[in-house]
Design a protein around this ligand. Sequence first.
Ligand SMILES: [Zn+2]
Length: 168
Amino acid sequence: MNGCVTEGGWPGDWNERMAGQDCPMCRAIGKGDNDFWVHVMTGETAEVFLERRSRLPGYCIVAWRLEHVAEPTELDPDHACQYWHEVLAVGRAIQAQFQPIKLNYMTLGNTVPHLHTHVVPRYPNDPAPGGPIAWRDIFSTRPLPDSDLHDQAAGLRDLFSRTRTPFL
Ligand SMILES: [Zn+2]
């Protein structure tokens, strides 16, 4: 296959991205906070981050933290169970701390194909009641203050420590 050909608009280096070449998520994992995310916790298979620029309080990204994997179908059954276990633990913590009326779990990877799941809380006053929320409606242009994000991250960590979750 020719790596320079774009089929239907997918990036020309798509195969390389799928294989983990220059993967920005591989570079971010294990490095703590960055310009986009605040680190919340590290699990057996995943790291959890709060999105800095979110209109939806508590929006977290759960990122597979071991070697580069693009699709959950690449995981062996034990790793797959553990990954989803950790994703659901994040969902429970968000429910307890932020009390959304619904959670959306989005495992997309259509730009950065490194296995990760967006855990997106939905609220009564959010911009897309009753349907999927558009990407542009999730994000704000300005980040939340660092102190607020770190308070939220500490709250989520506390919930995990009190509920004996699989996180380290
Ligand atoms: Zn990666």
